[in-house]
Design a protein around this ligand. Sequence first.
Ligand SMILES: [Zn+2]
Length: 1153
Amino acid sequence: MSVNQQAHTGPPYGQPQPGYQGYQQPAYGGQPLPGEQYGAYNGPMPGYQQPGPPQGYFPSLGFPSKGSPVSINSDTSSLPPNFIGSLRAPPTTGAPPPASGAYNQFGHGDVQNGIPTSAAPVQRPPASQPFLPRSAPSQQYGPPPASVQQLTNHMAGMTIVSTTASAPPPAGLGYGPPTSAPPVSETFSAPYTPYTASPGPPPTTVFQGPPLAQPPFPAQPMSMQRPPTQVPGFAPPPPSTGLGPSPYPPPAGAPRPPPMPGPPLPGQSLAGPSASQPNHVSSPPPPSPMAGPHPGPPMGGLHGPPPPTHPPQPGYQIQQNGSFEQVRGPQPNYPGAYPGAPNYGSQPGAPPPPKRLDPDSIPSPQLNELPPQQKPRHRIDPDAIPSPIQVIEDDRNNRGSEPFVTGVRGQVPPLVTTNFLVKDQGNASPRYIRCTSYNIPCTSDMAKQSQVPLAAVIKPLATLPPEENLPYLVDHGESGPVRCNRCKAYMCPFMQFIEGGRRFQCCFCSCVTEVPPQYFQHLDHTGKRVDFYDRPELSLGSYEFLATVDYCKNNKFPSPPAFIFMIDVSYNAVKSGLVRLICEELKSLLDYLPREGNMEESAIRVGFVTYNKVLHFYNVKSSLAQPQMMVVSDVADMFVPLLDGFLVNVNESRTVITSLLDQIPEMFADTRETETVFAPVIQAGLEALKAAECAGKLFIFHTSLPIAEAPGKLKNRDDKKLINTDKEKTLFQPQTSFYNNLAKDCVAQGCCVDLFLFPNQYLDVATLGVVPYQTGGSIYKYAYFQLETDQDRFLNDLRRDVQKEVGFDAVMRVRTSTGIRATDFFGAFYMSNTTDVEMAGLDCDKTITVEFKHDDKLSEDSGALLQCALLYTSCAGQRRLRIHNLSLNCCTQLADLYRNCETDTLINYLAKYAYRGVLSSPVKAVRDALISQCAQILACYRKNCASPSSAGQLILPECMKLLPVYLNCVLKSDVLQPGPEVTTDDRAYIRQLVTSMDVAETNVFFYPRLLPLTKADVDSDSLPAAIRNSEERLCKGDIYLLENGLNIFVWVGVNVQQGLLQNLFGVSSFNQISNALNALPVLENPFSRKVRSIVDMLQVQRSRYMKLIIVKQEDKLEMLFKHFLVEDKSLNGGASYVDFLCHMHKEIRQLLS
Ligand SMILES: [Zn+2]
């Protein structure tokens, strides 16, 4: 049986879509690619090989006939779906167990609220009047108050008679996904301690027993260590970064401290030469033990002496585990170093440095207790502490050139900042799944001891680069995918076939299952099925199954989804030009709705609603000469006044739709209505989808706090005085549970909500965002929207949002091998039980972070397996299962854990964990808990894995040497430590945004990318080398670009050459650069072209269009820019990197003492 024996009549999937012309979004339109054959498989198999354009991951397959697009007859059968059985149910033998109906959300699907789908419209009194704008009397269409009222009254009366009340709202739900084990509250409920205080009871186990000897790196391929050691003579790279006793800092007030000219301070002379990973940064050194001479070369005993050719590095130096080849300090391999930054660090005899930072400003009771003469004065060379830029560069250099082949268990992938290709040989690509560690402790005790969270960041529908294959679609026909009888895991490369291939043993639960006759195949002499390479589910980490009807709601194949555009037409929206902009854009954008494979047109139907205090529905049936408006003013009991003609095929109704979009801005041009409703808008969309029996997405364009009388009405409860109080958490919580209940209904229907906000003042994002968040949707926010400056950003976001890959009615479950299980989930979704993540919609940008806990022992031999199964409906209405498998190593030595961690993923998890924590705990407690956990992680390493050394040394695991700097960025973020300029809505917005981010996005969000544009090579495609996020790295004569995924700043130094200004801005002097620029002028010279191409390149890489802001040095906007220089002390009290590192060191020492 060949995989594609089913009728795969379409061409290879991933049908190239025509680019969206004129939009200059190379990432959105598909690139037509030649249909690559999947080499490993036997010959051309049309159904399951495809090129991989970014758009169109859906294979083109004949979908079971749907009849007319609008299905009016409702099928009330509601057999439980048969997708995922309960985890580890008792073993069954013989026939598979009955379907367990784990998809609870389907139970809601057949509840018909409101009008019966077929009869209602007919029975209603005529609620609609055709409108003929421009010529018709005003009362026929909306806005003029008198006539609206007239119609409204009419409608209201009718409504009372004919609408069915909505289902009673279920009990209120927590804002976040309900989880059974809320570790957040456990941790965060602890009484919080001051910043410098001891982080609670240290894990006593950390101190039990002698430190583990650092084993060499046997059995670990070098590629699994990061960075690989390259220094001859250093057999195993020391797994640690040593920070030695601190010298005393010079007086405050000046840039960076060059090397001390005086006699070496304790530890200094022992620090390795700078070129060999100099060591010893110590933060506030302990008074007495640190005063004496360093006990010996910190690394020498175990790892060989540092190369002796370099002068001692004074000041704080760091010993980087496993990175002897790197040069810290001056970082000579950084071409050109940093203009403007003093070249210091390795030049003995440099003049005494002015003090760069004031380390003593860290709140530190301990320090204050010290006698003045002993007060530690540290001076840390910023070049001697772990540099994110260096780590990123090293990884690029070491791992960017070869493909990442996923055949080996437990391989740590290259960093997210490295460009690399992935070859799937049995494990899911890191584009789909990244883990905090690829080698997890065998026992729960070890895991607890280390405090390293075990988590996976999963992006099930991730976009792949064109060079990589999209997951193949496997069609097993009516029998559906082969699954384990007991745990319901899907067939995957790790299942073991036994008894000549007649049965297979589950790699997750060990249960033995009969191979269905049609799936039987002989085994070769190695026990491998002879069709191994013909079947994606046997040989690949990621693939898709075509789902049978058993996986569908109500045992009925779904209809294609619908998009409903719901436009706020209140005064602000009209006045700002927004309504006209949206309508104009939709006229062309509707041609670019997602399509499946090579379908000529999208199967998605569209509908239109406008609203202020009342809702206006539009009949755009193709047979009409003009659109018709129907007004519903009884917003307390929302219903959809029409069915036929509301959701239509774009091509069939194009004339009517265009006419409508032309008329809407005119109709409301003179509106005086300032109040809006919000919940009824979502309810209307939900009811429309229910009536049409399909899933879909609502695109809501909204401007203000919904204060009009209606369900879900909100009040302004913004109160910045709550910041830093126990009530601060209420700012992040919704002000009513109404929206939680609405979200639940939406998820049950597969109604995903994307919300575009255009606020001029507080509109309570925390509450308005509940439905988008819990339905898997997105929120976009354009504060003080102005056509001139913001339309590009909004339109680009809208285009991408409308066009991007999205699955509907999705349910995700993560299965694990016995020993661990998924216990906690973070992201934009809804959960009605403890295992299934439900999303009305899941797009290619959304991630779900899953935390695992032990429930038994794991073994080093078998390792640990994850299988993520996502059931969803494609944009053409096809029901699919996407499967991602990942195998991890397991260890009995903590050192193996620490060697295989990924800090970027760890930070992604920690940020989401903390950002959820603020819903229930004081923000300060959340910060303290984060610090405490990371200190424990590092202390455990120090205690158990690092070579013995002075307590004054800060020793960081190689894979986690950036944990302090990145953690500090999370702590300083607007959610956890807001400055006065950050609004409550901003914080709520960021909090929700981060919760769905993937690892690459959190990486650049927390540690922005800073590029010296003036160093860009105009003749090459490459980006200039990034520099560290610190003001002292900026040179007055240069221009820099900083991006964090949401904004791009272009910073211009006051001394930039006139020629450069002319080339980039078209002005002859610094003063002539306009503050109002929101784009770079298009000038025909190499520098301008280069910079604009860099900006374009960055825009394409990010899931949102970034706002471009020009910042002139010493201008008022510079304060905003400096907020993103995250290595520096922030104005609102956030510590500098150096200071924070010292603080972490102190925390760790407290744990160790
Ligand atoms: Zn199983």
